[in-house]
Design a protein around this ligand. Structure first.
Ligand code: SF4
Length: 354
């Protein structure tokens, strides 16, 4: 049999031409700004979820110059609900950097692109190959899955050795003449044919030599090394308001949701006990207040964290005079002007119908 590595790229490109039906608004795009935008939005995000965000960003900021001029709060507001908010902050910062230091033009090589904040190997390869035809292979979860199965790679992909091995193989396989099409094809192939569960092996161009398929090892490949540790955090949000105003604060620490807004939060390492009035009193500096109600705990899973939320309604004895470090009083009717993490947004939206 012919060396599978030698057939691989041409089989993939043939599949791309004949059978790839994936339509996406950024496909075939040559503008590095729009490629960059789509790649940043799609990191750790499903295409269906990212699509409306891409279209909205493109509409509001059609050029890198427009994005550079935007206010950070506006960018965060547009990003609201997409998660991994450092991507939005880096996006904005990099747009400003490109305007200020690159005369508004994207660098044109992988090496130069990698110098931009928030642009790693994957995004730099995508921009360099799609926009400028540079032969740089993308390597993401989809690509790793396909390569591990087709070539039977047993090295754990999340180890230093594994990362190197997959990157080297990807560079070896990429098509010389059509690096952009090749990269797009393998991304689409991994997302639509060689899926994590129930891959469509019967209609796969590699099924005559794919190790995963021919040796019945699909479920074992790719191999993960490290177990992901999940940290649990308990966020007890205090809803402190009058009939027309509410207290909010900006998250400024280097932590999840930096630069988004939230309600004043008492974070604990365990669920609150029955005596949580005392905990809140200590947190608020023993001001006079009553707890009028509290929500059930809800849970949001993030990649490495499990966040437990609870919302506690507080009535301050003297709301007018009450102030609390790092917070601001805003009109309840202005809540929709601020970007909140998803769970807080949903809660406030339901409570105040904004
Ligand atoms: S034969 Fe199956 S497991 Fe192998 S590459 Fe094709 S879809 Fe993936």
């Amino acid at each position: 049999m012919k060396d599978p590595k030698k057939q691989y790229a041409s089989l993939l490109l043939k599949w791309n031409q004949k059978s790839n039906k994936r339509i996406m608004p950024w496909k075939g795009e040559k503008d590095p700004y729009l490629i960059w935008l789509s790649e940043i939005i799609l990191q750790q995000t499903r295409v269906e979820q990212g699509m409306p965000y891409f279209l909205n960003f493109k509409k509001n900021y059609p050029t890198v110059a427009k994005l550079a001029l935007a206010k950070e709060d506006e960018v965060m507001k547009l990003w609201q609900g997409l998660g991994y908010y450092s991507r939005a902050r880096n996006l904005h910062e990099t747009a400003k950097n490109i305007q200020a230091n690159y005369k508004g033009r994207f660098p044109e090589t992988f090496i130069e692109l990698k110098k931009l904040k928030g642009v790693g190997d994957y995004t730099a390869s995508a921009i360099a190959s799609f926009a400028f035809g540079e032969k740089k292979a993308v390597v993401d979860g989809n690509v790793i899955r396909v390569l591990a199965r087709v070539f039977g790679i047993e090295t754990a992909f999340d180890t230093t050795t594994g990362k190197k091995q997959f990157a080297t193989l990807a560079e070896e396989l990429i098509d010389e003449k059509e690096p952009g099409n090749y990269n797009q094809a393998i991304m689409d192939f991994g997302a639509t044919v060689c899926t994590p569960k129930n891959p469509d092996c019967n209609n796969c161009p590699f099924n005559s030599f794919c190790i995963g398929f021919t040796k019945n090892r699909i479920d074992e490949l790719p191999v993960r090394g490290k177990k992901i540790e999940i940290k649990e955090r308990y966020f007890n949000y205090l809803v402190i308001k009058s009939s027309s105003q509410i207290l909010i604060q900006k998250r400024t620490a280097s932590d999840i949701w930096k630069n988004l807004y939230q309600l004043p939060v008492l974070e604990t390492s365990k669920p609150l006990t029955k005596n949580f009035h005392a905990d809140i009193a200590a947190f608020l500096g023993n001001k006079q207040f009553v707890i009028t109600s509290y929500s059930k705990a809800t849970v949001q899973m993030l990649t490495h964290r499990k966040i437990h939320f609870r919302f506690i309604d507080i009535e301050m004895k003297d709301f007018k005079k009450f102030s609390f470090k790092g917070t601001q009083k805003i009109k309840i009717s202005d809540l929709n002007k601020f970007a909140f993490p998803k769970t807080i947004h949903l809660y406030l939206n339901e409570k105040f119908l904004f």
